[in-house]
Design a protein around this ligand. Structure first.
Ligand code: UD1
Length: 342
């Protein structure tokens, strides 16, 4: 069976994708430097799948180490590149760290792929590349204009996409699928893997579940004076397991469909926008747990509203994010309870 290299495979989306790949029969080698994840995640994956992925604790910005992994596994036919630093606020404080990590690792990966004639790359990008789309570009499809990034993190995603396109232009052998995620949330239904934020969570759902668990006194809702029906920001929250399945579809397509563009881009979202207040109410309804919250001022750099037009992914990849939001929110709570022994 074909082997997929998953960089950042012990991370949040990487671990869920590894599970889905292995359940579809792929062999997986994970490379991860464990900078924002734990080696224990491998136990969770093994418990779900019944097989353990291969694992190398290396930094994929290191050519020699990454090259050694490709030598060890000559059956690698594709790579899914998740490994990256992803905290927007931290990227503003430490831009060089973000440029070094996120650009250096992709450049090194492409060099090693070229050296080993591995042709297929799936790249983990973000809807952040669209910024705040105009009203006539909502919902956002793949033709919406790319706007100047609001953070070094967002800029690394844009530059990475450009690096991939430039390299594909130079090397006809390279094929790439760029996946632009909206807001991934939730955890595997087994509660054996999930999101493990470092310190105080910056993202909404981990903050909600930690507040529900009593770790945080209350959630701050950043702004209720936006031009949206209830005044809070709107996002397209996508279940991480649905998102993981899209990666398997992308790999299947790269391996089995000849008639496709050399670089393809897909927006991965549900097609439905939910406000922060709708998420809070939905969580309370799904779990029966109250979330104490207070409205505070807007968060700098936040976008008012964005949600996906996932038609291209639906039709071309034959994929749809259709897990009901109540189930998604419940999975996040089940995971939080699991890690807190509640
Ligand atoms: C941000 C990034 C995105 C990145 C993602 C994951 C931008 C524009 N977006 O998404 O590129 O992939 O993080 O790191 O940079 N909220 C609260 N209270 C909280 C936390 C969040 O009200 O304590 C609100 C936010 O104002 C926002 C929504 O919840 O309206 C979602 O926030 P968050 O989970 O941080 O994701 P994004 O900012 O959409």
């Amino acid at each position: 069976m074909a082997r997929i290299l998953v960089t950042g495979g012990t991370g949040y989306i990487g671990s869920h994708t590894t599970v889905e790949l292995m359940q579809q029969g792929y062999d997986v080698t994970i490379v991860d430097n464990l900078s924002n994840s734990s080696v224990d995640v491998l136990e969770g994956i093994e418990a779900i799948v019944g097989r353990r992925p291969e694992f190398a604790n290396i930094d994929c910005g290191n050519f020699v180490d990454l090259d050694a992994v490709f030598r060890t596994y000559p059956d690698i036919v594709g790579v899914i590149h998740f490994a990256a630093s992803k905290a927007v606020g931290e990227s503003v404080e430490k831009p060089l760290l973000y440029y070094r990590n996120n650009l250096g690792s992709l450049v090194t990966l492409l060099e090693v792929m070229r050296a080993h004639s591995v042709a297929n790359l799936v790249f983990s990008s973000s809807c952040t590349v669209y910024g705040q789309p105009d009203a006539d570009h909502l919902p956002v499809d793949e033709t919406a204009p790319i706007q100047k990034a609001l953070s070094p993190y967002g800029n690394t995603k844009q530059i990475n996409e450009e690096i991939i396109c430039d390299e594909a232009h130079a090397d006809a052998h390279l094929h790439a699928t760029i996946l632009r995620y909206f807001n991934p949330i939730g955890a595997h239904p087994s509660a054996l893997i999930g999101e493990l934020p470092n310190g105080v969570p910056q993202n909404l759902l981990p903050f909600v579940t930690q507040t529900a668990a009593g770790l945080r006194p209350q959630l701050k809702v950043f702004g209720d004076d936006y031009n949206t029906p209830d005044g809070s920001c709107i996002r397209d929250y996508i279940y991480v397991v649905d998102l993981a399945k899209a990666h398997v579809k992308a790999i299947d397509r790269m391996l089995h469909v000849a008639d496709r563009d050399q670089v393809e881009v897909f927006n991965l979202g549900t097609g439905r926008g939910l406000s922060v207040l709708e998420i809070i109410r939905g969580f309370e309804a799904a779990t029966g747990v109250k979330i104490p919250y207070t409205i505070v001022g807007r968060r700098e750099g936040d976008i008012e509203q964005v949600w996906a037009a996932p038609k291209k992914a639906n039709e071309v990849l034959g994929w749809k994010a259709d897990t009901p939001i109540a189930d998604v929110l419940l999975s996040a709570w089940k995971w939080e309870k699991h890690i807190r022994n509640l």
